[in-house]
Design a protein around this ligand. Sequence first.
Ligand code: WQD
Length: 323
Amino acid sequence: MTWLITGGAGYIGAHVVRETLKSGRNVVILDDMSTGIATRIPDGVTLEEVTLVDKAGVEAVFAKHEITGVLHLAARKQVGESVEKPLYYWDENINGLTHLVGAMKNSGIKNLVFSSSAAVYGEPDIAPDALITEATHCLPINPYGATKLAGEWIAHALSASDDFHVAALRYFNVAGAGSPQLGDQFILNLVPIVFDALTKGNQPRVFGDDYPTPDGSCIRDYVHVQDLAEAHVAAMDYVERPDTTFAAINIGTGRGASVFEVLDMVREVTGLEVTPERIQRRAGDPAALTADVSRAAQLLDWQSKYDLRDIISSAWTAWQQTH
Ligand code: WQD
């Protein structure tokens, strides 16, 4: 069995590739290497350096390899950039997806695991201490989230029209590192932003301390990238079952942590002085996003193993290796 992993040279992709290999499947990576890193690709794994926007290039990859399923992780994923360049996001994430699933259809491949996001929920109209289930109304508030929801719709339609077997994994806040070499090298999310500030002698900033949460800062569901990678293997097993149609599945821990709690853990793990600066709210930040993970347990027989301490300590070890 050979699985095509798009985005396999990325931060999440590198973890997913390793877990897929461990599960006994062969892997081919499709990556445009715009944010991928070649040294993350394990020996013996073929890289097809192709952009999904190149329809003929994508089709050529399917003609060349005996692919049995696709893990589709490759996408543009910066919320702010998506607001500035919406057409770029629709082109890359949606035209890219249609080229990919079109090539799957032409080759008779039906098994798809799609990287979706909690961004599909936008700012859900639920109490801050409520959990988000997959039945929570989806109303993305930026083009990035909209492309993820539209991607789910395309995959869902193909499950009806062409018998695709689909798991759309709605990732919550991914952080941590499965090994010190595989850390997130971009400084775009809370944990790397905090490490970056502290190692430059600055203090982290908390975007808003007046939310309706116990300590006033936003709550998120931080999930270890290693747990996430293992969820992908469970999702491959799931879509390989003959009775699978389509399922959107939250991937988180079911436990929320506030920004202040994350910073407390950073203080404990790094031993550095952390005295956060409280600044105004960032536009578009919901007070709390914590996953109800019962569907993942039920359909994938998967649940997270790592806690916030594991996430921060693994991310810190990786950060020190590369910065
Ligand atoms: C986490 C929390 C901030 C930086 C984003 C995307 C989402 C998904 C994951 C891809 C928030 C607070 C942050 C800082 C802070 N991406 N914060 N000070 O916004 O929850 O989710 O990444 O699928 O779609 O929206 O993640 O890491 O930016 O922020 O106080 O310097 O940390 O307000 O509450 P977010 P984040």
